[in-house]
Design a protein around this ligand. Structure first.
Ligand SMILES: [Zn+2]
Length: 290
């Protein structure tokens, strides 16, 4: 399976210094919405959808004022998943499956751009998004993203094992595409793994935010550390899953390449054409540690 790395869209959160660890605290930071377009025998699979076309046309109404002010969409960016797919020369109708790592507004925004596709989610995520049990969750999930009534495929969190992770579900038609439970950030957050000719690739969504969190010892910029703590629905479980991911990188970094949804450095390392690309975690393993 071939995986294309796209960003749908570019975010510019408050305080570059606190978020990216460089620049001024008073300028806007830089983050991506790292998604995959996977070429498979059953058509295209879109992993995470980022921000959608309708969202970009009306950020305040679709995503909310707090999102525009605190997280921010780069005004110079018009990149969406459907736009990237068209630019690559694919027909968007060939997107047969969508696997959002979770249904937060910056991951599910592109769902309305692919109303014909089957959308695969874990049941706790589906229930929390469509029937938010807390006020906080009613803020992070946006009903316009499923007003078109997607073709949901809701999975229970149970299944096989994969490199020490449990409850793993395979996409029925593609046994080399796996949903990996990585709860904590949200109730049904998942990672998505695909087997490529170069080895396994794992999209860890918002299970972590900064590539340095996968190092040993881990580190993170203060802004992202605070944001993750505040955004987590179960912080203990989030930290347990980060430990599992670090273990995976440490013990199986030669077989599995791991990246998160918003880290621009991981995205830049992976989006390059094959041959030039160096997987972020492998790149770290080779680089001398400061
Ligand atoms: Zn996110």
């Amino acid at each position: 399976m071939k995986v294309h790395h796209i960003s749908a869209t570019t975010l510019c959160p408050l305080s570059k210094r606190l978020v990216n660890g460089t620049g001024s605290a008073f300028e806007r930071g830089h983050m991506v919405c790292h998604c995959w377009v996977v070429e498979s025998s059953s058509g295209l699979i879109l992993v995470d959808t980022g921000v959608g076309r309708d969202d970009l046309n009306d950020v305040n109404r679709r995503l909310g004022l707090w999102f525009r002010v605190v997280v921010g969409v780069d005004p110079h960016s018009d990149n969406t998943a459907i736009g990237a797919i068209e630019r690559m020369g694919f027909d968007p109708m060939d997107v047969r499956h969508v696997i959002p790592t979770h249904l937060d507004l910056d991951h599910a925004g592109g769902l309305p751009d692919f109303p014909w596709a089957e959308v695969h989610v874990f049941r706790p995520e589906y229930e929390a998004a469509l029937h938010p049990p807390t006020h906080r969750e009613s803020m992070r999930y946006r009903p316009p993203h499923w007003a078109h009534q997607p073709k949901w495929d809701v999975r229970d969190v149970e299944g096989d094992g994969w490199f020490g992770f449990r409850g793993v579900r395979a996409l029925d038609s593609e046994s080399d595409v796996l949903l990996i439970p990585l709860q904590g950030h949200t109730r049904g957050h998942c990672g998505v793994a695909v087997r490529t000719p170069e080895g396994w690739l794992l999209h860890a969504g918002d299970a972590y935010f900064n590539q340095a969190e996968m190092r040993d010892p881990p580190s993170c910029t203060p802004g992202l550390r605070l944001f993750q703590r505040i955004a987590a629905i179960d912080n203990e479980l989030r930290l347990e899953n980060q430990d599992r991911l670090r273990h995976l990188v440490r013990e199986h970094g030669g077989e599995v390449t791991v990246h998160s949804a918003h880290c621009p450095r991981e995205y830049e390392a992976l989006r390059k054409p094959p041959g030039e690309a160096m997987a972020p975690e492998r790149a770290q393993a080779r680089a001398p540690r400061a």
